[in-house]
Each structure stands twice: as C-alpha cells, then as structure tokens.
Design a protein around this ligand. Sequence first.
Ligand code: SAH
Ligand code: SF4
Length: 458
Amino acid sequence: MNVYDSEKIVSDLAFYGYEKTESVESADLVVLNTCTIREKAEQKAFSFLGRLTKLKQKKSHLIVAVGGCVAQQEGEKLVKRAPVVDIVFGTHAIDRLPQHIKQIEDHKHRVIDVKISESIYEKDFHKKTRENEVVTTFVTIMQGCENYCTYCVVPYVRGKEMSRQPDRIIEEIKHLVNEGVREVTLLGQNVNSYGIKQGFCSFAQLLERINVIDGLMRIRFTTSHPKDLSVKLMNAFVSCEKLCNHIHLPVQSGSDRILKLMNRRYNRDDYLEKVTSLRKIQPDISISTDIIVGFPGETSEDFAQTLDLIREVGYDSLFAFKYSDRPKVPSRHLSGKISENEKTLRLQKVLALQEETTLKKNRALAGSIQQVLVEGLSKKQKGKENQNHDIQWTGRTQSNIVVNFSFTSNNDITFDQILTGRIVGVRIEKAYPHSLWGKSVYIEPENQGLKGDECYAA
Ligand code: SAH
Ligand code: SF4
C-alpha cells in the first residue's frame, strides 16, 4: 500500500515541477512515507529523520515531509521528537501534500494534517504518465480495516474500511494497461469484504470485470482474511483465467487459544477446511501465509501447533514476524510477554521449516516448463545488454516464484522491448530456496491469454 501511495505522491509532485533525485543529499524536498506495523519499521523512520537533521544543518532550505502510518499515529508528537520535520501528513492527507509544500515554500509555517476523512481518496491517474515503464504494479481497491485483530495498528492509522467504486478501479487498470502494465495486484486489508459496506459489486464480481480487460495478462490480490474467504471467490480461480494460481491466506497462528486472543474469528479447523476446499477447486493452487511468533502468552505447546499447521498445509512460502507491541492495540495489555530471545528462536524455527518445504517444492519443478511473465533484464544482465547474445531475464511464475532465465538470440538486437511484458515458457534447470533458473523454450504471442496453445518456438 505504501508503494502505491508513494507512486501517487511522485506523480502529484511531478505535476508541480518536482523531479526525483539520485540521492537524498541532492534533494530540496524529502518525502518519507512511513510504516508502523511493527516497532522496527517505526524506528527505521526515526533514524532516517536523524540523518536528515544533519543534512538540514548544511542545507537550510531543505523541506522535510513525513507521511503514512507513523505520521498518522504520532501527529504533533512527531515534530517534538523530530524537529527537522516541516510537514506531517497522515494516511488520508496524501492529496493535500502539494498544497502543504506550497505553504512551506511561501510562509515556512509547519503543517500537521492528520484528519481522517469519511470518503475515499481517488488517485488522479490521468495527470501524468508513469516515470518508468513497469510490467507489474499495485492497485488499491479499498482502504482501512475494521477487523480489529488485537495486535494490529492498521484500524487506528488507516481508518474505517472503504471500497473504491468499481468503475474507477476498472478505469485505472485500463489506463495502466495502456502504459504497458500487464499484471496488477489488487490491494486491500481484506479484499473479501470489498464492496459490501457500500453496496457495490462483490470482490468475485469485480475480478470478473477486471478479467476481461484487453491487454491485461495477470491478476493477483492481497490480502484475503480467512474468515471471509467465500466459495464464490474460490471459484474465481477457475472462472477468471487471468487470476494467478496463488493465494495469500494469513493464518498468524496454529493454536486455537492464540487465534482467539488475536480476535481472528476462525479456528484451526475452519482454516484447514478452507484450504481443503480451495485445493478441491484448484488442486495446484500455491498458498502463502503470515505467521506471528511470540504473541503474548504463546506457550511452547501453542508454538508447536503453529509448526504443525505449517507442515500440514505445506505452504509454498510464508512471511514470519516477531510479535511487536503497538500503540493503542489491545494485545499490548496482555500478560505473558515473550522475551526477544525466545521470539528470535521461534522465528528461526519457522523460517527453517519453510525453507525446507520451499526448496523441496522448487526442486520438484526442475524439468517442467513454467509460464513466466517477463519483468525485464535480470540484475546480473543490467548494463551489459549488448555484450553477448545469451541474455539473462527475470520474471515470475503464476505462483509468484522468481525465475531467472537465459534467452539466446542469433542477432544483435536488445530484446528489452521485445521480451519485457511477454509470457515466456521457461524450462526449469535449477532450483534455489528463493528462485528458479532455466532456459526459454517459447514466447507466447503478444496480448494472448495465459493458456494459449499456439505458442511459437524461439
Ligand atoms: N490485512 C492483512 C495484514 C496486514 S499487516 C491481514 O489481515 O492478513 C501484515 C502482517 O503483519 C500481518 O498479517 C501480521 O502477520 C503482521 N503483523 C501485524 N501486526 C503485527 C504486530 N503487532 N507484530 C508482529 N506482526 C504483526
Ligand atoms: Fe490488521 Fe489485517 Fe486484522 Fe485488519 S484484518 S486488523 S489489517 S491484521
């Protein structure tokens, strides 16, 4: 979400004549977009502001604006802690940033704007074409959250749940496709409840409308709260051929006792039943999750149940986090806090277990041909485009695994414009814990769906 918001900030400011710089040191305006989901993210923001304090001593005209969730949470307090800041703009004030900058330029009066609005903000995506051509991008379809999981700060810093109008979302995606985007990831804290409050269409219906947008090749979404995952949405994996075969379904814990303390409103069995139903509908669906280790009161037995659930589901990948106390959230008042050391140990166990599974799953793909949406030249290749004919590319499978592959050409052209944004069939030769490596065997014709049969050899 912050990436999406940052893109909006960049395009708004470009309209007012600002350009991106290569380094912070050469900037006249620094906009810091912050996250407060865990304490570490907040600390990072403050340590960056410390660096800016030194910079401003050398460069007095420097304007510093802080936005996002830390800004929303701290408001006026942020300026007391970091006097270097000129503008504090909250999660609902992104639209007003240009006018706040103007005010600082004109009068030098500090601005604090953390008003939460009752209506959803709309990104004016017609203002400017994107700076860099990208193949895959995010599209926010809703903001806020009212689920109040007891550990989570989101409802306090992002406000009430509000969905964007389906027509505006479709219009935005069509605009992005015109600019070269081939894959969108639809964002919401719980996309399953999209449209319900406002009486718009359901999320499954929205997917059907997006699925028929010409030129769009792939659709992803995140996040889906397990309690609201409906059969209709599961069926969309079959009916919408552009919807990638992957779902992120955060479980957080494998212990019923902890799930209750977290106010997740499902238990272990409910979750496992949903996974079984999903796999019945779409047998090879890739499933990822989020895990919190060391929630207050988590015993070794609770933790063992989490490990056991991870084994039982056999996730394709996961994100694991050490529990972190956040301002205002109910869990900070729970007893039985777990030590940092113990949290670190539990985190390592989760990651080691998953690494084993991921590697096993990745190895099983050796020899198969995967459809890869090409995002561009691989990191290794950048800057050496014309040095040889065996060019290295990077992209992702439908199940979201990074694939680096080589494409051998017999002439001198750089294939950047040709392969980027195309679906390429790659024969997998090597599997690593976080990526695959292979060689291209065919390129799908341009603007075809995912499952085209008339591929031609390359
Ligand atoms: N809306 C999404 C989650 C957004 S936050 C959902 O419900 O799935 C992303 C992840 O951060 C969460 O899934 C959770 O695993 C983690 N997280 C949130 N608050 C946290 C906290 N206080 N400490 C540690 N991890 C946290
Ligand atoms: Fe936070 Fe997600 Fe729960 Fe909302 S659903 S409170 S964003 S963890």
